[in-house]
Design a protein around this ligand. Sequence first.
Ligand code: CP3
Length: 336
Amino acid sequence: MKLLQVLNGEPVWPPPVWLMRQAGRYLPEYRATRAQAGDFISLCLNPSLAAEVTLQPIRKFGFDAAILFSDILILPMALGQDLRFTEGEGPRLPPLQHIQQLNLAKAPGIYAPVLQTVANLRASLPPQTALIGFAGSPATVSCYMLDGEGGGGFPRTRQLAYEQPGFMDNVIELLAEATITYLQGQLDAGADCLMLFESWAGIFPPAQFRKYVIAPTRRITTALRAKNPGVKIIGFPRLAGLMLGEYAREAGVDAIGLDTVTGLAEAKAACPPNTIFQGNLDPLLLKLGGKAMDEEVQSLLSSLKTRPHIFNLGHGITPDVPEQNVARLMELIRGA
Ligand code: CP3
């Protein structure tokens, strides 16, 4: 598996490629399967249909990795928080008031179908395609749990981090614990490697970044590695800015997903010499296609030639991306 070779530090040419949100609304077959499931959460909890949508982009484009189809908010749902997705508005949860509202013991019974999806995928993926399991990192998941939505910059979470750090600490600690068990379940079910999505790393000032982003991520990577020697973990500390280097040195991840605004040259300068990166084509260029996309892909590829790298976007693919642009991207990478 090319993806695992890169995560082991071997340069592979052309680089392995997959896209964040590669199973999604830009694909008509995804929309049809989601309609069959009824809604997005029912799709996440239906092991045969979730495996089917995971495989759709693999069949169509031949990506080097499949990412489990689920969502980072399935874990808070399994911990007892009500979760809804309304079309066009994104996730909604009742903002968490007390740590006692969460039930760590019941969670595995509720997310069991997700682990079954992993097992189904293990049985049906082509042998060269790596299966990536994932979870949200505690800070990012806590943002949605405490604010109840993602559109407003998480004012309640940020306020609680200053005014009720004891509550915030408890939420983060419980999430770290739950995430270790959840990801161990995914490894046991057959995931080849893992990714931790820290999409809102960028809202935390340095002291909170250390406490809520780096420390819990380190706890998760340390615990998983103790039980699964050699397991590879990709971290995605989106918009980490000048904290990127410290994250790379201390969070215990094997590779770093770069967001769209972090240049490879700048990331190389900030991180230890052998850091492996994943990314980071602007999803807007994948929507636009044409000369602008071709030129940027070629320029990204030429800067990757001598190093182990996983080609990806800098954030998730959007529903308005034309499929033929994805096909063109694959042609450019595979022809490199
Ligand atoms: O293909 C894949 O990448 C695997 C599945 C996956 C989804 N979400 C499916 C999804 C993964 C890895 C995620 C991660 C996720 N979910 C993140 C971290 C990555 C990031 O995008 O920053 C976050 C913050 C979430 C929470 C979330 N889920 C939001 C804010 C939304 C609404 C925005 C949107 O795009 O609609 C979702 C919904 C969601 N998760 C969809 C998919 C395919 C769209 C749901 C639909 O079909 O309507």
